[in-house]
Ligand binder design. Structure first.
Ligand code: SF4
Length: 417
């Protein structure tokens, strides 16, 4: 049944915008997909498969955006590739740096849509918060992104492109030699060139969270395809244990997410009664708390070593009482969930209906949950000064376009007046 309100997915097909120069962008394509393109371009199947494997490694493992330095590729093949293909990146419109080291990038797609990604450095890790949609349909009441209209789903290239761009910005591509990893000997190649071996140690980007703009499970196929590239050992090679997908509770997709992606799960719970959750996470009107927690209990792969994270935003007088904390413990125990609770002090944004709970209230809530043997750390807000904190993402262009709309409305009424 369709429930009134913005809680159903709005499928917005995205056809790849053809490039003016007629070349095809390989960013976001898997090795078999690259192989298919090479066959279409005239290579025989065996040759295409081998070249696709090499290209995949150069693109996603080494971060190359140019064919010329692909040293194990026949010399004549490199200009042939460059005539037909490109290896793109999302366009960076603005890069901001917070006083706490958090970085936010405003990105633009080739059809002019803006979206954001955020990098949060910590002592022992660096987390990239990746967007899955331009805008969001779900309208969670505490979330700035939710006030944006949904424009469209991001493509696999635009999703994986965020990780590539972060590695570019952090200077984290290995300058390694792939020859040892591919069974290819090509007389025309210069793969014997000296190249240092790749080492993964000391990287800044260690973790990925699908918690940026959008509901990832409403863009399931693209998110899955992008994360498969991110996890591929011949590519970006990030372990699935270092990737977390956050959902507001799209129950029918959760089992599929486990089977086809298999990363860690985070659930935006934010309330322990349906009355409150209906208000702050409207998707609850479709998939209520009991149904959601039952789906979490059935989430394959969840165990004490891979606990489900429950995100809980602390809203003053709304969901932050001692009773709420005790009910949270009761629910987690009732469903026997291997769980961790992340308490998120509400990050304010212009026009928000809520206030953040007091630090004492948050500490008290945390201690009740901890007291029941469930980890409930309080997340330190990051990047608030650049509107990069949790729930604050909304593209600057959208903010501008609203202002522009207001200006246009004023001009129109002045003209009519
Ligand atoms: S919290 Fe996530 S799902 Fe909810 S409106 Fe914001 S971006 Fe969308």
């Amino acid at each position: 049944m369709q429930i009134p309100g913005h809680i159903d997915p709005v499928p917005i097909p995205r056809t790849v915008t053809p490039r003016a120069d007629g070349r095809t962008d390989l960013l976001g394509l898997s090795s078999p997909q690259i192989g298919d393109l090479l066959v279409e371009a005239g290579l025989d199947v065996r040759q295409a498969k081998l070249r696709a494997k090499q290209l995949f490694h150069w693109i996603y493992h080494h971060g190359l955006t140019d064919f010329a330095p692909m040293t194990d590729m026949a010399k004549a093949m490199r200009p042939w590739l460059a005539e037909r293909f490109v290896i793109g990146r999302p366009q960076v419109i603005e890069a901001q740096l917070s006083t706490d080291g958090t970085r936010k990038w405003l990105l633009r797609s080739d059809d002019g849509q803006d979206y954001e990604m955020v990098f949060i450095p910590d002592d022992d890790r660096g987390t990239l918060c990746v967007s899955s949609q331009v805008g969001c349909t779900l309208n969670c009441r505490f979330c700035f992104t939710g006030t944006m209209r949904l424009v469209r789903n991001l493509t696999p290239g635009e999703i994986v492109g965020q990780v590539m761009l972060a590695r570019d910005a952090l200077g984290e591509w290995p300058n390694g030699n792939m020859a040892s990893q591919l069974d290819d000997s090509d007389d025309n190649s210069d793969s014997d060139d000296e190249a240092p071996e790749y080492t993964a140690d000391g990287r800044m980007l260690t973790n990925i969270v699908m918690m940026g703009m959008g509901e990832p499970l409403y863009n399931f196929e693209h998110v899955r395809d992008a994360l498969k590239i991110v996890m591929d050992g011949a590519g970006l090679a990030l372990s699935k244990r270092r990737i977390t997908l956050s959902t507001s509770g799209v129950v029918p997709m959760m089992a599929r997410a486990s089977e086809e992606i298999g990363v860690n799960l985070a659930v935006s719970l934010h309330a322990v009664t349906n009355a409150v959750r209906d208000e702050i996470v409207p998707l609850n009107r479709k998939y209520a708390i009991d149904e959601l927690l039952a789906a979490c209990a059935a989430y394959p792969g969840a165990n004490n070593a891979r606990r489900i994270t429950f995100e809980y935003v602390m809203l003053k007088g709304k969901n932050d009482s001692d009773e709420d904390a005790r009910e949270l413990v009761r629910l987690i125990n009732q469903y026997k969930l291997p769980a961790k609770v992340n308490l998120i002090p509400f990050n304010p944004w212009p026009g928000a209906d809520y206030e953040c709970s007091s630090p004492e209230r948050i500490r008290r809530f945390s201690s009740i949950v901890f007291g029941a043997g469930i980890s409930a750390p309080i997340r330190t807000p990051r990047g608030r000064d650049i509107m990069a904190a949790c729930g604050q993402l909304k593209s600057a262009s959208e903010r501008k376009s609203r202002a522009e709309l207001d200006r246009m409305a004023e001009e129109k009424s002045a003209a009519l007046g």
